[in-house]
Write a protein that binds this ligand. Sequence first.
Ligand SMILES: C[S@@+](CC[C@H](N)C(=O)[O-])C[C@H]1O[C@@H](n2cnc3c(N)ncnc32)[C@H](O)[C@@H]1O
Length: 287
Amino acid sequence: MVDGHPTVREAVARAATRLQQYDTPEAQRVAELLASHVVGLPRLELYANPGLSLNEAGEDVFQNGVERLVAGEPLQYVTAETEFRGHRIMCDRRALIPRPETEELVEAVLDDEHVWSKPSPEILDIGTGSGCIAISLALAYPTARVTAIDVSSDALVLAAANASRLGCADRIEFIVGDLQATDGPFDLMVSNPPYIPAAEVAQLDPHIREHEPRVALDGGTDGLRVIETIAASAPERLAPGAPIHLEIGDGQAARVMECLQRNGFGKLSSRNDLCGRERMVRGERAP
Ligand SMILES: C[S@@+](CC[C@H](N)C(=O)[O-])C[C@H]1O[C@@H](n2cnc3c(N)ncnc32)[C@H](O)[C@@H]1O
């Protein structure tokens, strides 16, 4: 204690014990990340000064955060932010929490040299959620123009706020709706659509199932409902020869490639994530 307030070490230890009781995974790390958010220091620097304590306001915010974590809320919603490709993305219940595998999808798009050799490529991000993909692409390519669509108007408000905060709102157009709401032609489409089979949504970890938007997760009976509508509507909105990149669920690659082929896409390929799972598919509209 320092002047009646717990040191960060004490507060973290107490929170971690509490979170373990409630079976929160990685309780110590989660408690440290919350403390790091509250005191505004990197996690690894939390213990550099053993006398560092939470002030009264900090104690309240920390305690409130612990209660929300105990209730099962994901840490990123409690701290209202996450990091995606080095960008600080605000997040809350309006949109899916950006995942590391989606950073790999962005990497695959950035590797698509044909597109980036164009002076001012037109990119479409389908199901933009927090805007993490659209914003990362706009920031990586300052001459690109990005259209970001989502059926969730709430998610789009969050995405637009993220784009403003990161200084690229002038190059991203946000449109509420599905692919039918756009015309094109686009030089590249990218999407991390909902792809979890409906029956599996009920089996997801409660942190996900009870807090993240169902519309961001549920891909219908076989998980491919949204992917099929994208594959059907994409060709007429893509420039000849232009690519589409999709994030997919483990075990879906063959069916997704077959679906793209049925809709006239060629040069199909898949890509593994860092864990070796086949999680990305690319195809090209006929030239
Ligand atoms: C898996 S989340 C991806 C969010 C974000 N792009 C990311 O990678 O973190 C899927 C998003 O697609 C949106 N969505 C669901 N069905 C859609 C559709 N038919 N057309 C456009 N967006 C859709 C959801 O609202 C959700 O924001």
